[in-house]
Design a protein around this ligand. Sequence first.
Ligand SMILES: [Zn+2]
Length: 132
Amino acid sequence: MLKNNMCTEFQEAVSYCLIRHRSIIDVITKLQESNARVSRAIAKSITVCGCLKINAEKQNIPQDADLSELKKYMQSHLKGELCRNCTETIEREIGTNIFYTTALCELLGLDLNDILTKEYNKITTLGIYNLS
Ligand SMILES: [Zn+2]
């Protein structure tokens, strides 16, 4: 069980701020734009700043690997570490993305805290089998 009601308070604050972007059309298009901006910020950390690098190749998983062992074989394909500037930019873009995700919940009458609680229960119950 999630321990606090920060999500509920956040959704109430988002609801209060939803004046200019109250239309579902505004919210879904802003959410889509925000998704792209998160990806763009990550790409810029690689192509403009250079603090991150991508070193990608085929995942090399032994044939006899157990599902519980996969984590030690799976690569993120990232090298390096986010610098302070890129960290701030990506955090800001993810924050905006969370804002519009929450706004979408608000307009559809969904409770972000309930959604996160259900997802939390699912991943803690199913563990590594969650995304299979
Ligand atoms: Zn950077």
